[in-house]
Design a protein around this ligand. Structure first.
Ligand SMILES: [Cu+2]
Length: 258
């Protein structure tokens, strides 16, 4: 039988490891800048999941190491066998019920965050996103420009306003991903997919294609500029003169020579 002392030593080591793990989870900066309200929700969710995983990981590793330490075979025990054990109902109920409750809790919390991130706000603007090998273009409808529709290779969004992106592909499957917003969606030919984000931090952030879409996949990058609503409208106006104002499809096709 393992001694009481070895059990308390293992328990203390486990508690120290859990404390260190949780401390470390706060010290490490896991993610890029948070530039949308969705990013805050998502990061909090991830951190809760990480903190929930630490005690479980430590428990499993501690039990393994403890068993290796306490129940290892000593010289002369080569032919011995352990006592035969036929089930332990209480233990089995416990190790089924606790993980089930943990999983349901985490799934429930994830669902709430996802639901909140995708909730339709009272007001939002729509921007079209067109993916093609190997470039992104963006379509601003009259409801956004206040005039002719605009097609551009630049993505500007106003800070503090919810943006609903309508995603189209002209060829193969791509994925529209803005790490700073923590959101990604597949862009699939033949259908329109969507995602929604409320940018809440000024700055420029990368847009990445996150599905291998061909030889130029790694170059299929762009930038999203989060600007103030005033700057956003000024930018739209500056583009109105320069743009042909043609249909999004035509303009995207004209730019597909690269
Ligand atoms: Cu792509």
């Amino acid at each position: 039988m393992p001694s009481r002392r070895s059990l308390s030593a293992a328990s203390v080591a486990a508690l120290v490891a859990i404390a260190l793990g949780i401390l470390l989870s706060y010290l490490i900066h896991w993610f890029p800048a948070q530039a949308s309200t969705q990013a805050h929700n998502t990061d909090t969710l991830y951190h809760v999941l990480v903190i929930a995983s630490i005690p479980i990981f430590v428990l499993v590793v501690t039990v393994i190491l403890y068993a290796v330490w306490q129940f290892r075979m000593r010289p002369g025990e080569e032919l011995k066998d352990g006592p035969p054990i036929h089930g332990n109902t209480r233990l089995e109920v416990l190790w089924t019920a606790i993980p089930a409750a943990l999983l349901l809790g985490m799934v429930g919390y994830s669902f709430v965050v996802l639901h909140e991130n995708e909730a339709k706000p009272a007001r939002e603007i729509q921007i079209g996103v067109t993916a093609q090998q190997f470039a992104w273009s963006y379509q601003y409808p009259p409801s956004v420009t206040g005039g002719a529709p605009l097609n551009s290779y630049k993505l500007y969004v106003p800070k503090g306003e919810s943006v609903y992106f309508n995603l189209h592909s002209r060829d193969v499957i791509h994925a529209f991903w803005v790490p700073a917003f923590r959101i990604q969606e597949d862009v699939v030919p033949g259908i329109t997919t969507h995602w929604r984000a409320t940018p809440d931090r000024l700055g420029s952030y990368p847009v990445v294609c996150n599905l291998l879409c061909g030889l130029g996949h790694s170059l299929m990058r762009s930038t999203v500029h989060v600007v103030t609503p005033t700057q956003f409208h000024a930018w739209l106006e500056s583009q109105a003169g320069a743009s042909s104002g043609g249909s999004a499809g035509a303009a995207a096709a004209a730019g597909s020579t690269g």
